[in-house]
Design a protein around this ligand. Sequence first.
Ligand code: AMP
Ligand code: MG
Length: 401
Amino acid sequence: MRTVDEHLAEILGAVPLLAPIDLALLEAEGALLAEPVSAPIPLPPFDNSAMDGYAVVSTDVASASEDSPVTLPVVGDVAAGDTGVSAIRPGLCLRIMTGAPMPAGADAVIPVEWTDGGTVSVRITRPAPPGHYIRRAGEDVQAGQVVLEPGVRLRAPQLGMLAAVGRARVSVRPRPRVVVLSTGDELREPGSEPAFGQIWDSNSFMLTGAVNESEGVGIRAGALTDAPEKVREALEDQLIRADAIITTGGVSMGARDAVKEALTGTLTFTKVAMRPGKPQGFGLLHGIPIFTLPGNPVSAYVSFQVFVRPALLAMQGLPPEPPGAGTAVLTEEVRSPAGLRHYLRGRLSSGEDGDLAVTPAGAQGSHQMGALAAADALIVVPEERDIVPAGERVEIWRLPR
Ligand code: AMP
Ligand code: MG
């Protein structure tokens, strides 16, 4: 039997770093930027109006007040998107809209609220200093400035910035596409009627979600029967669209362990000193990492968090850390098998003095989805402990919310 750390080290030593690819902006959403992006031009690209109002020469309106407004002839309109160049001389003004280029000669914008809104001539009741309500070229971003550094994740604001500097495509380290396959003759699709002895396939849905929560792209490929040649064929078929593949089931000691039969010689099947999740398989199939996780749903989920999530992060060049690691104080004693690292399902609460507390979340069997679905954390009990008393501080992993 190998330790959790040994098995994880083998996985992290084997998974490839994904090569950068060039993607259209919306396809790049959620990926990590693989190049520095700089602005080819300043933002804003030209001086423009911050308000709907009138472009004026500020000295013309210096004396304007409620009691003695200044009246100026309006010689035209300039709107956002007007590509012609406009200009005024002293004594004149132009009606201007937000985002429209400033006319040559004008040095301030009077907002429409300070006027009578006239279209032929306008009465202005307040003065404005030079530069008033003008958004200057380059006041947001200067030409040549790096606006996004490599390694940043492209969320909505970063996508907006890429578009604002004119980029239609961008080089990114893509989110790994992970195909999820469950195996088992007993599995039926949720929504269909199971016969006696059959159950609904829950693993493939759960792990597709877990992939998405780990910055991967989960692709659920459904359930396979326990036929080794079919399992092998399905994996080969999926390689084309997968950066990694996860299977569940068929890797323990039973008479019909199809995944193990199909892949012995290609992957390594081992027992790992952990509970749940002892039977594990891992290896590369034509260079693609394959994780064969045990079939019990809680085992499959814990195995994902312990081994697959770190691997998916490493493939993106990120630190292979567990989800939300921290500590909390146990509210109850827990018992744990000596020699195995134990991952219990727990519920967090705020204990006395506001410290984080954790309570085991119900029945802890590896088939018991009830406690997992009610949990918001895993409690990690080290190999050498068999009893951890209430009041002791333990390691916890917060599960994605
Ligand atoms: P196995 O690892 O194939 O021996 O399966 C262990 C246990 O997990 C059995 O009780 C299976 O019925 C159950 N199991 C396997 N795959 C799934 C799945 N996709 N969804 C729900 N339960 C499963
Ligand atoms: Mg099975």
